[in-house]
Design a protein around this ligand. Sequence first.
Ligand code: SAM
Ligand code: SF4
Length: 329
Amino acid sequence: MNKIDYLRISLIDKCNFRCQYCMPEEEKLNYLLSSEILTKSELLTLLKEVFIPLGFTKFRLTGGEPLLRSDLPEIITEIINLPQTKDLALTTNGYLLLEKAQLLFDSGLRRINISLDSLNPQTFDQIIGNKNKSRWHKTWAGIQTAYEIGFNPLKLNVVIIPEVNDGEILDLAALTINRNWHVRFIEFMPIGNHELFSEKAWIPSVEIRQQIKAKWGLEEAHITGNGPADIFKIPDSKGTLGFISQMSECFCDRCNRVRLSADGWLRPCLLNETEQIDLKTLLRGGINTQKIRKKVAKLLLLKPEINYKERDSGTKNNTYYRTMSQIGG
Ligand code: SAM
Ligand code: SF4
């Protein structure tokens, strides 16, 4: 059985963007009350007394938009200082990096993923649901700032949507040629915006890869990370290209992660809506952490079975009702 040692932690469900594929503007989302969100202290108790004793050593902070959380720098430092932490990374939309990247670096963070679906300001604004002054330039400046400060690895997450940004595959891939940046193409999933998904469908990684290969050639990068990405590089380039093919390939057998939502639900599989544990209610109800740990251990044992079961039924019926921002992408 795969060792499950990687926890993705959503710190907040709110976001300053409304990406079409994640939390479309037309859709009314019921945000959590701040009292429903795990506090820093509750999160650290769960890490120290539940997850770390069960063997978790790798953590990713995400959301919603994690940079909206005011205690993010303290959370980073506390997690980095846990002796068992082998790896801490953050996923952000990058909009607030211009002002916050240095603070995050000083707090101890080194690994960062920034979502960037377009190099065209108009397309970018269309994707993120922005109707006011373009937000692309500030996001781009934030990415540059993070690079100059020394975040390494710096990864860019890209979701390609047919007829929206599929004309930019080569431009986005080219970012890796002269910079030590790592572009990750993530297949569009039927989570969040079901209408957009049915209307536009999705592009399999293999097609994206073929386009890039036809232009420059592609070689395997022989890198194994925490994740399910297949990693390649354009010959002689500084950075790499990753393809995360959760729609076209089943990598459940390689899956080493579980997800903790901002309101404390532990979710063993991204595509599973049923088997979850409400850790916040247990913790606030005064259940001792040893008992909580036992429940989590039991859920982890079930994970391989859950992965396969839900993947099949979920994909056919489009039954994923929570958005990535709610689950913790
Ligand atoms: N707000 C941060 C950001 O955008 O990077 C972190 C949270 S976001 C939910 C994490 C990742 O989920 C982003 O890279 C986003 O592109 C991805 N995502 C959201 N909805 C998706 C969908 N329906 N299909 C594929 N990826 C999705
Ligand atoms: Fe916000 Fe990230 Fe979702 Fe976009 S993908 S709406 S930035 S949480």
